[in-house]
Design a protein around this ligand. Structure first.
Ligand code: FAD
Length: 369
């Protein structure tokens, strides 16, 4: 692998100026693949985001875009295939086996690496979800190829190789990574980093089946059960339409309640900046930013957050960013669409009250009529 670091603003991928001698047998590797992740029978939306990116790469390379669906026989696999076509796949590879009912590293790695060894894709993309990260790492090490994790930009270089760009040095630099000596070229992308493509009602394409060649005896991991969603109480920040977040400017752990109150009034999720997690004031799955969640809500309200680059990269996909900060020179005002220079501790309750009044069922009916 080779790394080319450069400062922002940066030229498009492919202009890094490094000369690459690509071995001849790389020509055997063709087409772009996207792993279609099934999460308890539902396709994880990051798979659609990756199909959108994969489509662009495949069109540039003039090759096909394939989805890869691994799962147990049943309705879910059929739906996943249909959705993969609707989001742009030309063909779908499937490995359908009862052993793939719940995610376990060994059978999923076996299924994917056998598929890759047989059909030789040049690019393989996976979502940087818990499952995707686990699978991508073991697939890459089994295949002895390069993997670029948490990419923020994917492009095709002038010689046809994948230019996978990701933040480095604490987010202050972006580097573009090429897998020069191995195939396939693998990359993961976090949910919400890439935009959701349009869904089309496309007729089904080609489905290629592959057999799973591993037995239960060879798998050391056993699934004993799952915590219900109410037990795990997971934040769904990445796909929330409205997010309200608080930072160190809130001053004390108890002031986070002001953020939660506003979030409740708006039917929103709440989040925070990294120091709030480091102080133990908020759970880690609520952190927004480079080392937390990437969000793309319609509305993002940030209270007492300075807008450091590591926070910014996680929120700049929001349609509307409203920043509440006491300092008129806070960096967040450089990228917020609407800035309110004031004390968040005093302003948040007033905003919550105003929204509660406006969004009360009585007023909602009046507004609708
Ligand atoms: C490798 C690495 C990864 C990182 N990943 C992340 C990440 O994922 N997410 C993240 O958020 N950070 C991340 N950080 C940390 C990041 O650099 C910043 O330190 C952090 O975002 C700052 O958090 P903050 O804005 O809450 O606090 P501060 O920077 O301290 O800002 C507090 C803000 O509140 C304002 N304020 C103070 N009092 C009030 C008041 N009463 N009312 C209104 N405003 C007020 C201040 O003017 C200030 O702008 C990372 C850093 C590194 C090095």
């Amino acid at each position: 692998m080779s790394t080319v670091n450069r400062e922002t603003p940066r030229p498009a991928a492919g202009r890094a100026g490094i000369k690459k001698e690509l071995p001849d047998h790389f020509k055997d590797y063709r087409h772009v693949w996207v792993f279609i992740e099934l999460e308890r029978g539902q396709v994880h939306p990051v798979s659609f985001e990756l199909l959108g990116e994969g489509r662009k790469l495949a069109d540039k390379l003039e090759v096909q875009l394939a989805g890869v669906v691994l799962g147990p026989p049943g309705e879910a696999i059929g739906n996943a295939i249909a959705e993969a076509f609707a989001y742009g796949a030309d063909l779908v590879y499937i490995v359908e086996a009862p052993l793939l009912a719940d995610y376990r590293n060994e059978p999923f790695t076996k299924a994917m690496t056998d598929l890759v060894a047989t059909h030789k894709p040049e690019i393989l993309l996976l979502g940087a979800t818990t499952l995707g990260r686990d699978l991508a790492g073991s697939v890459a090490t089994t295949l002895q190829t390069g993997l670029t994790a948490d990419c923020t930009e994917l492009d095709v270089d002038t010689d046809g190789s994948l230019a996978a760009t990701r933040p480095t040095f604490g987010g202050s630099l972006l580097c573009t990574i090429y897998t020069l000596n191995y195939r396939p070229q693998m990359a993961t992308v976090r949910p919400r980093v890439m935009p959701m493509p349009q869904r089309a009602d496309k007729p089904v394409g080609r489905v290629i089946q592959h057999k799973l060649s591993i037995t239960e005896d060879e798998i050391v991991t056993k699934v004993l059960g799952f915590l219900s969603d109410s037990q795990s109480a997971k934040a769904n920040l990445a796909y929330a339409d409205v997010v309200v977040a608080g930072g160190l400017g809130l001053g004390a752990a108890e002031n986070l309640q002001l953020v939660k109150n506003l979030a409740r009034a708006l039917g929103a999720e709440y989040g925070c900046s990294r120091p709030m997690v480091q102080k133990g004031w908020v759970a880690a799955d609520r952190q927004i930013g480079q080392t937390g969640k990437t969000i793309r809500p319609k509305l993002y309200i940030a209270a007492g957050i300075s807008g450091a680059i590591q926070h910014r990269v996680g929120v700049e996909g929001a349609d509307l960013i409203v920043a509440i900060n006491a300092d008129p020179n806070a960096p967040i005002f450089d990228f917020a669409h609407l800035g309110i220079v004031t004390d968040a501790i005093r302003f948040l309750p007033a905003l919550t009250e105003a929204f509660t009044r406006r969004l009360s069922p009585h007023n909602r009916d009046k507004l609708a009529s």
